[in-house]
Structures are given as C-alpha cells and as structure tokens.
Design a protein. Structure first.
Lengths: 472, 352
C-alpha cells in the first residue's frame, strides 16, 4: 500500500543529514513534524508539484527540512520565512512556495512577516506547526504555550498577567480580508490526521490554482519539550490544547476566487522593454551647441517654501545643462523645509564641480527677509544679489554687491499669477549676469516646462524680468 | 540628448534598471525615500516587482528570496534602516547570494537626524552583522556615479556571489546632476548551477547558511575568506588629484571628497603641496596607494562626516610610517572649504 512507502517527494536517503543514520529523520519519537512532512510530501507528489516547489525552512526543529524534501530548498532567518517566500513567489509566480514554520518562528519573532504576507494575500502556503513550546532551543515558552504550562522560561507555569496569553493565529489572520483559506488541524487520532491530510492538500491546490494565500495550522505534540512520553503527549494535546486552539475552518474563499486570479497582477519582467523605457527617461530638451560661460556661477536661491525657489534652481540648472556646462543642484532638505524656508545651491561651471554646496555665492537670490539676513554676508565681493522687493523690505550693501532690486512677485501677478515670480527672477538673473541670451533661456524653458498651457505665461514672465533689469 | 538632470537617489534606480535588476523591496526612510519612489514607478512598468515591505527586516529577506532564485534584486535605506538589515545581509553573505543594498547615510546614533553623515563606515566596511563576512562597498560622489556604480555593484555581487553596498551620504542622494542614461545590456551571468528558481532544472538545489558540523563551517568560512582576498586583490577603485608630489595627502570619499577637491587648488596657490586620494571602493580599501605615498614620506589627513572611522583604515595602511591626521564634522554639519584650508595650514605649519 502506498501509505507505507516513502513519498517520492522525499529523498530516499538523507545525504544532507550529518551522522551515520541517513535513513531516519532527526525528529524525536512522537514528534508531529514527521507526520506534517509526510502529508506535504504526499500532496506535492499527488498534485505533481514537487519539481517546481521551493520549500522555505525556518529556524526551529524543522530547520533541517531540506534534509528530506527533494525539491528546491531555501533556509531562512528566524521568523523571516514569509518574507523570503514573498521574494521567491513574486520573482517566479509559477513556482510553488511553502513557508513551513514553528510557533516561535511564526507567532513571536516573525509575527510581522506572518501578518503582512497574509494581508497582501501572497499566493503562498504557510504550514504552521503549533506545539506550544520552543523545541530546538531547549523547551522555552512559545507564544502558544498554554496557561499553567511549565517551560524552561516559565518554570512555575505560564501566567497570563505576567507572560501573556497563548496567541491564536488562525483567529487573528481570519480578521484579514485577503487570505483565501485558513484551517486548524491536529496530529491526533486517525480521523483528525485524515482531516489534516485533506487540509494540507487543499492549501497547496489553492496555491497551484493561483487563488491566493493559504494557511494551515497543525497542532502537534512535542513529547521532548513537554517532558512526556509520546502517548501522554498526544492525549494532553487533544485534551488540553484543543480547548484553546479549536480545530476547524476559519476561512474558505476558495470557491469564490477564480483560478489564476492572483496571477493577473504579475505579467513577468520583459528585458526587451528596458531600453525603450530608459529612452523615455531622457530629457525632452532640444539639442543645442555648447554655450561658453564667462565665469562660473555659484548660486544660492532662498525664500519661503511655495515660492518656487527649488524650481528656479532647476530651471537655471537645465539651461546650464543644455549649454553643455557642468551643473549641480542641491536643496536644503527635510521636514524643516515643510512650510518653512527653502533654499538651494546651484553651480554652473565649465570645469568639474567640487562641492555641490554653495557657501560663498557669486549670485544670491533673496525672496524673503530672513534669507537676506541669513545669506547677504556670504556673497563674495562684487557678487550679484537679486531681491524681490515686493516681499523683502531690507536693502543690501550696494557698495560691496551688485544689487538688483526687482518687484518680482508684483510683475508675476500682472502677468497672471504670483506663482511665477521665480521665472521673473530667472529673467532678471539672466540679464544681471549676462551668462545666457534670453532666447537661449526661453527656448530651454519651452522644452522643459511640462504643462504646455503654461508656457506662454512663463515666457512673458521671463521677458519682463529680463527687460526690467536691462532697462533700469 | 541621452541625458537627464536627476537626483542621485533617482540615478540609482536608473542604474538598477539598466543592470537588469528585476525586483525592489524597501521601506520608506528619509533621505533615501526617493529611491523607493522611483522603484515604485519604474519596476512595475517593466513587469518587475516592487513591494513596500512591512519592515526593513522583511525587505532584506524578500531580497534574500529573490536573490536565491538567481535574479538581480535590491533594497535601499538610510542608517537606522540599514542597521535593521544587518541580520539579512549576514544571511545573504553566508548563503552567498548576490544582491545590492544602498545606504544613504544620515546622522546617528539612534534616531539622530536626517542630515548627511558618514558614520556608518564601520558598519558598511567591517561586516555590520554577525559572522565573518564583508560587503563590497562602493562610495559614489555624484549622480552619474550613483547610476554607474549601482550597475557595477550588481556585476560585482554576481561575480563574487556576495552582497554589494552603495554607501552614499544624504547630500549625494539629494543633489541633482546631469546623468548620461546608460544602455541595458544582456546579462552574461549564469546562476543556474546553484539557484533555487522553482523550476525542474533547479529542483534539488539548496540555498542555506547553516553548516552544523564545525569542520564544515570552518571550511565554509575559509572559502569565503579566499573569496574576500580575491576581491581585495582585484577590485580596489580610487581616484587621485595632485598627489604625486603632495606633502599632505587628504583622504576623503563621498561628498567630502568633492569639498576637498575644491580646496586643493586654493591650497596649492598658497604654496601648500596637498593632494586628494579618494577611495571609490571603501571595501576593499585602497591601502596600497596610501602605503606608497607613506613610503615616499607623505603625511595624511582623513576628512570624514564622522568622529573618525575611515581614518583607522588609513592608519592601518600607513602603519606608523608617517603622521595621520583627522578632521571630522558630524550630526549633519559639513566642513566648508575655508575650514579645510585652515586645517591644512595648521598641519603644514606643524612641520609634518
């Protein structure tokens, strides 16, 4: 009879196992893992899934599952198996991925991974062996240890008010909408084992059909951890544990989910698409002959958030880029910028740019009073300072600096909106520095402004700023 | 134009796409979040994978899963998040899985702040997790290198079957520069001999870092060590500026190397013979060129955004032959050019 044979999904000889006994498992007599392994191996074989199965083994007694399962095996860090399973399944949606975990692994150190893989509805199967104890590490309290149960770390028994209550994972996961199938079974009498076998098979079938996340909790005995003989352990499990961990189906949406439903999100990666896609990331800017710079521009632009300070820097940078110059732009970043002051540094140079930070600007744009106070002294002697006089009341040192006073916000308002005061300032900057012709700047702006309906207004704002400086 | 003006953080994803990376897993954190934003936009558009993981720990373990399938994959974070990834990186190194992890270094320790720092140098270069392992660590100092060195990181990770790390400061992540968009080339790597791809051809393979027998684990460690020595022999990258006759060689990487670069010519105009040696690989560290300058009598100054981490590797390379000075700012403070010049004057007047 087939049930007495070793499933072909198992290795016939366990070559990966150390020591001489290469035909026996490393599990203790009466342990539930052997039964659970057998059910999985038989289901994989019957469903013809073995050759595309990736079995993720956890940390715990089943860490050595790869000794036995003749499929692809990945050994994961403690508690991380559902995350590893996610990385496997998403990368190859056609694989069959099993996350096999114990109670410490799944419900203590790996709780987050467990809940979130379930919540995403990953099309994986999680087998959760709940034996109410840490076996491998020497019988410490598990998250599922029973109230009153003694363990190495609860020598007087688990006390709810001190150690917490046993966690019921099926019930918890059943609060989530995504999982397709959640059932708790146990390695008890032959009837219960038959039910467990069916649940294991069903969970894998659901995955194979692409119907989403399946979770089977297998309540199991651990005679060694519980310090009982196998028969007593089995009795204690069915009499005591099942009171706290009732058997049954907690979720079954398999009839309501279509075959391949999960797969529709995952078309698969197409290498042929990459280069055309990278082409689309290239600038929309029109080509130009290089334009020589008379001198390096080391600019600091400063004002309130919302005045377009950073965009002003970007526009100048793109003009510099089109002119074939080296360019860098750096914003003061982070939460202090939200609703507060904004500033950025822009360097244009014909040579390699060193520091992207501009400590000593030769062009300073000031669009609020605090920025004048903060940055005026940093400008190099003979440098240019451009001030939006609509907003800034103070006056710079006109002897030391080339001061350009322009009511930029007022001009922008006349053109259509105060929001384009930054472009008025850009026109003023082009005029004050004579770095680029207005035509060159405007052509560049045309090709980089995304909203085409705004182009003409920006052109007018630039021209007015430029003319204001040239005519004054 | 085959170029774009972009942030260093965005350039990392452009490099990753061109390198054939197919899956990105990450968790939001300033100042690295733009990397996840770009990945969320670009990877699904190509049929690739993007998952915002529930934690940094999960993100690196999703990387572990995809890397185990022999597929190019990555994650990115900033210092506190990078700390959380150390367990996963140790497993990746132990199981010899190629992957790329980016650390946009911010101020620490603890929550610190979001300003630029380089105080994760020890964690990045000395094996921040448990066990005998190293990350191959590359330190870009501009947007083009964020792209190009990310591509290089994938190649090195595959070549040595080891995680490779992009170590950049917050400034290099946030600044924008002109980037030449690269072309994706067909991948030449073949991981079919070991990977677990969920296919009949790879069934029977095992990805694992467990070696129960001490003899086996020692053998495994020695094998990794041989690999790391090979990396040290073959993969050192650095750049020098006016060092040939320098009395003082300034060693700096990332954004600091650019601030130093700006100060070198000014120092020379004042008659100080100063040059810049910039490690591009932090591990393997360019010890040989530093030792060569020490042998001809040059002194050294390590400048870092830390209270002194890389300087220890400079000292190891110099081996006591000549003085090694240190200048550092931290907490998000960045040295100004004038500040460095004052430091150079102080050292040069001190007669070293």
């Amino acid at each position: 009879m087939k049930v007495f044979e070793k499933s072909p999904s198992f290795y016939q000889v366990f070559e990966r196992k150390s020591g001489p006994a290469k035909e026996a498992t490393h599990y203790c007599p009466g342990c539930g893992h052997g039964n659970a392994h057998k059910m999985i191996a038989e289901a994989l074989e019957d469903l013809e899934l073995t050759s595309k199965t990736v079995f993720i083994s956890p940390v715990g007694c089943s860490v050595f599952a790869y000794y036995y399962f003749d499929c692809g095996n990945i050994q994961a860090a403690h508690g991380r198996a559902p995350a590893v399973a996610t990385g496997v399944k998403r990368a190859n949606p056609d694989s069959i991925v099993i996350s096999y975990q114990g109670d410490g692994d799944l419900a203590a150190i790996g709780t987050a991974e467990t809940i979130h893989a379930a919540n995403r509805g990953e099309n994986i199967t999680v087998f959760f062996v709940n034996n109410a104890i840490y076996g491998m590490t020497g019988g410490q309290m598990a998250p599922t240890t029973m109230i009153g149960q003694r363990s190495a770390t609860t020598p007087l028994g688990r006390v709810a008010g001190v150690h917490g209550n046993p966690i019921r994972m099926c019930e918890m996961l059943a609060t989530l909408p995504a999982p397709t199938y959640i059932e708790r079974v146990c390695i008890g009498d032959s009837k219960q084992i038959m039910k467990a076998r069916k649940a294991v098979r069903k969970a894998l079938q659901i995955q194979a059909e692409g119907k989403g996340y399946s979770f089977v909790e297998i309540v199991s005995p651990c005679p060694t951890g519980w310090k009982m003989d196998p028969v007593t352990a089995r009795d204690w499990m069915t009499e005591e544990m099942l009171k706290v961990f009732p058997l049954g189906v907690y979720r079954d949406e398999s009839g309501n989910r279509e075959e391949g439903d999960w797969h529709r999100h995952y078309e698969g990666f197409d290498p042929a698409k990459v280069n055309p896609y990278l082409d689309r990331l290239k600038t929309s800017m029109t080509e130009s002959e290089p334009v020589a710079l008379k001198q390096d521009l080391n600019c600091k632009f400063a004002g309130f958030g919302g005045q377009g300070i950073l965009t002003l820097g970007l526009f100048l940078s793109q003009i510099g880029m089109r002119a074939g110059q080296q360019v860098s732009w750096f914003p003061a970043y982070g939460p202090e910028m939200r609703g507060g002051t904004a500033n950025c540094s822009v360097n244009l140079s014909s040579r390699r740019i060193g520091s992207p930070l501009v400590d000593e600007p030769n062009v300073l744009v000031v669009m609020n009073q605090p920025s004048l106070d903060a940055f005026e002294d940093s400008v190099v002697d003979g440098g240019t300072i451009i001030i939006d006089t609509t907003i800034v009341e103070g006056k710079p040192d006109g002897k030391r600096l080339n001061a350009v006073m322009i009511p930029a916000t007022e001009i922008a308002d006349q053109v259509g909106t105060p929001k384009i005061a930054n472009v008025v300032v850009l026109g003023a900057l082009a005029a004050a520095t004579d770095a680029f012709t207005p035509e060159f700047c405007m052509e560049t702006l045309r090709s980089v402004i995304k909203k085409k309906s705004l182009i003409e207004m920006n052109m007018e704002a630039f021209r007015k700023g430029y003319d204001f400086v040239k005519n004054s | 134009m085959a170029k774009q003006f972009m942030k260093g953080n965005d350039a990392i994803i452009v490099g990753a796409l061109a390198a054939g990376c197919r899956a990105y897993y990450g968790y939001p954190i300033t100042p690295a979040s733009e990397i996840a934003h770009a990945a969320a936009l670009h990877f699904p558009a190509l049929g690739g994978v993007f998952i915002q993981a529930e934690s940094e720990v999960s993100a690196i373990n999703m990387v572990y899963g995809t890397a185990g399938m022999g597929i190019r994959t990555m994650t990115a974070s900033s210092s506190p998040g990078f700390s959380l990834k150390q367990e996963g990186l140790s497993y990746c190194a132990g199981a010899e899985l190629p992957c790329v992890v980016v650390n946009i270094d911010r101020g620490g320790p603890g929550l610190g702040n979001i300003a630029p720092e380089q105080a994760d140098y020890f964690q990045v270069t000395k094996g921040g997790g448990h066990g005998n392992y190293r990350l191959i660590a590359l330190a870009p100092n501009g947007a083009q290198e964020m792209c190009d060195l990310t591509m290089k990181a994938f190649d090195l990770a595959d070549k040595y079957r080891n995680p490779a790390c992009i170590m950049a400061d917050g400034i290099t992540g946030q600044m924008m520069e002109v980037v030449e968009i690269p072309e994706a080339k067909p991948l030449a790597v073949d991981h079919s001999s070991w990977c677990v791809a969920g296919t009949p051809e790879t069934s029977g393979h095992l990805v694992s870092s467990i070696f129960l027998e001490s003899t086996d684990l020692e053998e495994h460690n020695l094998k990794l060590d041989r690999k790391y020595k090979e990396v040290m022999a073959n993969e050192v990258m650095f750049e020098e500026y006016r060092t040939a006759d320098a009395d003082l060689v300034v060693v700096a990487y990332g954004v600091v190397s650019r601030i130093v670069y700006s100060s070198i010519d000014a120092a020379r105009e004042e008659g100080m013979k100063i040059g810049l040696l910039r490690p591009i690989t932090l591990w393997p560290f360019p010890s040989a060129p530093i030792a060569a300058h020490a042998a001809r009598g040059a002194s050294f100054l390590a400048v870092e955004l830390s209270t002194g981490q890389m300087v220890e590797d400079v000292q190891l390379a110099v081996a006591g032959k000549t003085p090694v000075h240190f200048y550092g700012r931290c907490g998000g403070m960045v040295p100004k050019g004038q500040e460095l010049l004052a430091e150079y004057r102080k050292i040069m007047e001190g007669g070293n």
